[in-house]
Write a protein that binds this ligand. Structure first.
Ligand code: FES
Length: 163
């Protein structure tokens, strides 16, 4: 009597996944090699001495700003009851009454525009139409709420000098 034995179990199967593609990677690297041979020099450096906006240094005295001792204007340049704006000095000079000279910052206290016109007893800012008194710089109208700060001015003969 023979018994047929069952088929032996345990035939394991293994799947082997082969990774391919390593060869193509090398080809890509080689292709990149020739393109970037040129390097531009970096010219976007900041200027070494940008502008020392008003700092008094003995090494940076390259006469960049107007001479403070120089006369700003002649008295005859400033109309009585009016004034004149000096944008490069950021100052406005007025003559509310004959022989009475005043100076104020020309930087509007609203948002910092330079005031532009002096007419009808007021100094006007072109940005949002604030107006200031030629007599004391106080606000006459517009969105500004603070007066123009006074500047020192001196009269010598017929010339006007700041400071
Ligand atoms: Fe002068 Fe606004 S900045 S009115």
């Amino acid at each position: 009597m023979t018994h047929s034995s069952p088929a032996p179990a345990g035939a394991t199967r293994r799947t082997v996944v082969a990774t391919a593609g390593a060869a193509s990677l090398a080809a890509v690297l080689a292709a990149c090699g020739g393109s970037g041979g040129e390097k531009k020099p970096d010219t976007s450096q900041p200027a070494p001495e940008a502008e020392g906006s008003g700092t008094a240094g003995s090494t940076a005295g390259a006469s960049g700003k107007p001479n403070a001792d120089e006369a700003l204007a002649r008295t005859a340049d400033i109309p009585v009851g009016g004034g004149k704006v000096f944008p490069e000095r950021k100052v406005v000079v007025t003559q509310p009454a004959k022989g009475q000279f005043k100076a104020f910052s020309a930087v509007c206290t609203h948002q910092g525009c330079l005031v532009k016109e002096v007419a009808n007893g007021t100094i006007a800012c072109p940005c949002h139409n604030s107006t200031f008194s030629v007599t004391d710089g106080s606000v006459r109208g517009g969105p500004a709420t603070k007066p123009l700060p006074p500047e020192r001015i001196s009269v010598s003969g017929d010339s006007l000098t700041l400071g």
